[in-house]
Structures are given as structure tokens and as C-alpha cells.
Design a protein around this ligand. Sequence first.
Ligand SMILES: CC(C)(COP(=O)(O)OP(=O)(O)OC[C@H]1O[C@@H](n2cnc3c(N)ncnc32)[C@H](O)[C@@H]1OP(=O)(O)O)[C@@H](O)C(=O)NCCC(=O)NCCS
Length: 234
Amino acid sequence: MNITLEQPAHAGAIEALLDTSFGPKRNKKTVYRLRRNVAPIADLSFVAIDTDAAGQEQVVASIRYWPILLGGTTPALLLGPIAVAEAWRSQGLGGRLIRHSLARAAELGHAIVILVGDAPYYVRFGFSREKTLALALPGPVDPARFLGLELVPGALDGVTGMVGRVSRSKAGRTPHPGQQTPPLAHPLPATAGVTADAVAAITPLAVHEDGRPADLDAAAPSGGGRRRLRRAAR
Ligand SMILES: CC(C)(COP(=O)(O)OP(=O)(O)OC[C@H]1O[C@@H](n2cnc3c(N)ncnc32)[C@H](O)[C@@H]1OP(=O)(O)O)[C@@H](O)C(=O)NCCC(=O)NCCS
């Protein structure tokens, strides 16, 4: 099992995983308005790949982030969607993907992460409703699911207003923090603007010397889980 950056060849498998996890109407959700015509941030889009005994690879989890603007001016990240294939859930894979990508985001200089999701799951990563009280989303959501995290302490202080989409033309002209970046260094340095505390709070995955994220054998499912997945993939 490897966690690695998403490649164009993974797109079909990711769409299938998201359809299974969220249902075909997922595109109607308010957060999808913020993603329309905007590409996910390549440096923060990770997949978990399982390789079976025959050497066949399968995408078993995916996480993506999108560039957004808070109050029209403050850049931030929108986390999601994240999905783990059913046979692989509750084995720590989702948590590893989130911690790994948040650590990478902090290293790349991102300061704020917003999401719409289940608070009981995301509080363990430091997300809270308190951080988004001065913000609004461009459509209906359950307020209890509107959560924020500061990768740089205080980054959300005084930030108010609507969460907005980064227009395609603007996204093209102005690279979002982290869109043109060096390879992941490990162990993570406490880079300028990111406190050691913020980095320490996020446990990164180990990575190989060439920058590939490390092996995740501990999260492998049982033989039955693998067989179910292979059957489902046929
Ligand atoms: C949410 C999801 C990504 C978690 O992935 P995962 O690999 O199972 O997560 P982890 O193994 O790191 O954590 C599992 C723990 O989180 C809990 N958990 C999972 N989803 C949860 C949720 N929506 N709300 C509260 N707790 C949740 C599990 O009960 C488990 O608890 P335990 O450790 O006490 O047994 C995965 O369940 C999934 O893909 N779900 C369908 C899509 C989805 O809902 N995505 C997130 C949108 S909010």
C-alpha cells in the first residue's frame, strides 16, 4: 500500500470511488459550487494504492484540496472530498491521508483549511466549528458541519465573509501557495510562517528517499477485504 500523489490515470477510479462513497448526487452539494471549473491542487491530491499479488494496482482512497478565497481576499484550502473504499475503512487510512496532506499543506505555506463534514470525525485533526463562525458558504449546509483549521495560529483572526471560488482565470494568473513547489522534504522543517507547534500537531507519513510517500502495510485489509475489492473491481 502506497500513498502517492494523484496522477491523471487515477481520475476514473477516483470518480468511481466518490460515486460509491457519496452517491451520484454529490455534485449538487454546496461545496461543489466552490470547485466548479477549478482544478484540485495537484500537490495536495493524494491517493492510496493497493497492489495485489498479481501486481495489479487499485485506488483504494483519495483526498483532494481546492483553492478558495475567504471574504474575497484571504486564500485558503477547501478539504475534500476524502473517501476510503469500504473494505479499507476504520484501519487508519483516512486519518493518515488527512495528516499527511495537512502536513504537506503546512509545509507549502498554506495557513487555513475549511471543510464541510462530520465534526465527530474531523475534530481529531484539530478542525472546529468555532473557526468558521465569521464565515458563510454560498449555499445551504448544516452549520455544525462547517469546520475550519488554522495551520498558522491566528490565520483566521479577523477573517470574515463569504467563502468563494477562485475563478479559473485568477487561478491561472496567481499561483495559490503550494501550486509550484519543491518536493516534500522529510522530516518536515518548521518553515517560515508555520510554527513548530502547528507542524508537530500533524504527524506526517514517512516518505521514501525519492519523495514517494511510505509504505502503509499496517493499513492493509484482511484477505477477505482484498477479495471483495477485487470482485467489485471486475
Ligand atoms: C470518513 C472516511 C474517509 C474515514 O476513513 P477511515 O479510513 O475509515 O478513517 P480512520 O480509519 O482514520 O478512522 C476511523 C474512525 O473514524 C470514525 N469515523 C469514520 N467516519 C466517521 C464519521 N463520518 N463521523 C464520525 N466518525 C467517523 C470511525 O468510526 C472510526 O472510529 P474508531 O477509530 O473509533 O473505530 C471513510 O469512512 C469514508 O470514506 N466514508 C465515506 C465518505 C465520507 O463520508 N467522507 C467524509 C465526508 S465527511
